[in-house]
Write a protein that binds this ligand. Structure first.
Ligand code: KG4
Ligand code: ZN
Length: 337
């Protein structure tokens, strides 16, 4: 069978990324230009600044991606792009770049849901077997999803308020860490002890939804109270206690979902999938519960936002003949339904 080569774009938040992917499985190149340094001094992503950086970076990223993959425009079979969810101004830059390449080189255009991209990052490291379950944990999402067939998603649980990555970033800010704080909290959590008893919201409720705003408030209140009485709290202990709480919640709900859905694989996707405590606990839980379950956590570079995962998800649309028109628009609040 002829190989399919897809040029993929991702620009939904603060990484400009262009990748060349072969058959949805093989990464020929995956260029990621991060803007984190520009946003750090504001403590979060500034949409206007993000859009400007995407404009500056995207052309160079295309060239780098083609060069590194050793392919030319003539070798491409399609162009894929994230069209949502994300920041509208950022999404539009990727969409305009992808459309321009598709138009100029007469290539089909494929629109990709960013969340589908996070899930199909797993396809770059494993052979997926349907149906499988995915836990998406990122700066914008906390969702348990069944993937019943290629590109067919059924959401089982969602967050009622903050996304889990957002909670990491917000509590990180309170203890003086730069944005995004997830990785650093993870590192500090290895050094401390679980001494603070933070609330584990919604564990008693009979559903698969999440809530992290109560935990965030409890964390902030603990800090403020200590401040008022002039007490110095151990930041590593705070990080450990916070992370233990988050991991408890994610573990309980995910494994509850697995009790009612027969699957052979669990994919953990999105930036927070890089969390070492989460991965370790899931591995332990699979052994403890004697589950015949393969845990798939993409490597660090594929957990965060990148275009390789968009190319992997695009292959499914390509195989099904789902192509977008050149009138494609961004859909900032795109969901699975
Ligand atoms: O998927 P992603 O790159 O962007 C979104 O689509 O949101 O996720 C970014 C999020 C940030 O909130 C960041 O703090 C978090 O992932 N993150 C982590 C870790 N590495 C990144 N959270 C916990 N532990 C980590 N090791
Ligand atoms: Zn993402």
């Amino acid at each position: 069978m002829k190989d399919t080569i897809i040029l993929a774009f991702e620009s939904s938040c603060d990484e400009t990324s262009v990748a060349v992917i072969k058959n949805g499985k093989e990464i020929l190149s995956n260029i990621i230009a991060t803007q984190i340094k520009s946003h750090q001094r504001f403590g979060g992503v500034v949409p206007e600044v993000a859009s400007r950086h995407h404009v500056e970076q995207v052309t160079a990223c295309i060239q780098l991606a083609l060069d590194e993959a050793k392919v030319s425009y003539d070798d491409l079979d399609a162009v894929a792009v994230t069209y949502g969810p994300g920041l509208v101004g950022s999404l539009l830059i990727g969409i305009m770049a992808a459309k321009s390449v598709a138009f100029a080189h007469n290539l089909p255009l494929i629109k990709v849901n960013h969340l589908s991209g996070h899930i199909y990052a797993a396809n770059l490291v494993a052979e997926l077997e349907y149906p499988f379950m995915a836990l998406i944990v990122s700066g914008g999402h906390t969702e348990i999803v069944m993937v019943n067939n290629p590109g067919e998603f059924e959401r089982l649980g969602d967050t009622r308020d903050d996304a889990v990555g957002e909670a990491f970033d917000k509590v990180g800010r309170v203890i003086g860490l730069p944005y995004p704080a997830g990785k650093q909290i993870d590192e500090m959590a290895q050094l401390g002890n679980d001494t603070f008893d933070f609330p584990r919201a919604m564990l008693k409720e009979d559903n698969l939804d999440f809530s992290f705003s109560g935990l965030k408030s409890a964390f902030i209140n603990t800090m403020h109270h200590a401040d008022q009485i002039g007490e110095e709290l151990d930041k590593n202990d705070l990080a450990t206690s916070f992370q233990e709480c988050v991991v408890d919640i994610l573990t309980e709900k995910t494994f509850r979902a697995l009790e009612n859905h027969k699957v052979k694989q669990l994919v953990v996707a999105g930036g927070v999938a890089a969390n070492s405590g989460l991965k370790k606990r899931f591995e332990e839980e699979i052994i403890k519960r004697k589950l015949d379950l393969e845990l798939i956590v993409p490597p660090l570079r594929l957990c965060g936002d990148n275009a390789a995962m968009i190319g992997a998800a695009a292959q499914i649309e390509y195989d099904q003949g789902n192509f977008a028109g050149l009138d494609l628009n961004a859909d900032p609040s795109l969901d699975f339904e």
